[in-house]
Design a protein around this ligand. Structure first.
Ligand code: GRF
Length: 205
């Protein structure tokens, strides 16, 4: 167990239930990590309220407030880096980070996706899995790279698809498994360290 808790920055765009799961876990010192800041690409979202209730600093960078996407990306990277994170968690963050961000923080940034990679990348994982007719789907935590949901996999959780599932019921059930997976894997990253070897992510120094 490290003497000081790992510093976690979380980026969000929506409801923030994954963020809340991390905040709740981090309230226990034995978890080994603390959420030191929450960033967003938009205002007025419940995720930012969750951060404020937990008295965690927040920042917002809206794409539309920047002349170009690279400028937005550099501002995002700068804000995240200013909190000196050990791990950055994209938890329902609905933007692709760009080259500046990846160069500065890519190796320490993980993203959670509501499907079992490499199946169903992109914005509509639950809907695409349902339409394809798979019997099992789930959630994937991966280290970000230049692709869409393509990076080396840290953890996965499987979720059975029910005959009467809708996109909403399936996504809600995935999110229950996703939150548990996220809390477990980020805690291990914080307490044990991790390394990326090609496509493999291994816990431990
Ligand atoms: C999660 O299922 C995430 O994987 C997806 O959007 C959802 C965000 O949920 N990209 P929340 O904002 O953490 O509640």
């Amino acid at each position: 167990m490290p003497a000081t808790p790992a510093r976690i920055v979380v980026l969000v765009s929506g409801a923030g239930t994954n963020l809340q799961a991390l905040l709740d876990a981090a309230a226990d010192p034995a978890y080994g990590a603390e959420v030191v800041a929450v960033g967003a690409d938009r205002d007025g979202i419940e995720a930012l309220e969750r951060a404020r209730r937990a008295e965690v600093p927040t920042f917002v960078h809206r794409l539309r407030d920047f002349a170009t996407r690279p400028e937005w990306d550099a501002a995002l990277a700068g804000s995240v880096a200013s909190y000196r994170p050990d791990v950055v968690v994209l938890a329902g963050f609905m933007k692709l980070v760009g080259p500046d961000y990846l160069a500065a923080l890519g190796q320490r940034t993980v993203n959670t996706h509501p499907a079992l990679s490499p199946a169903f990348p992109g914005m509509h994982g639950p809907r695409d899995a349902l339409e394809y007719g798979v019997k099992v789907t789930g959630a994937t935590l991966f280290v970000v790279d230049r692709g869409v949901d393509t990076g080396p996999i840290v953890a996965q959780a499987a979720v059975p698809v029910a005959d009467d599932d809708t996109e909403e019921t399936l996504h809600e059930r995935i999110k229950v498994a996703e939150r548990a997976m996220l809390v477990e894997a980020v805690g291990r990253m914080a307490r044990e360290g991790y390394r990326v070897e090609g496509r493999r992510v291994r816990f431990g120094d």
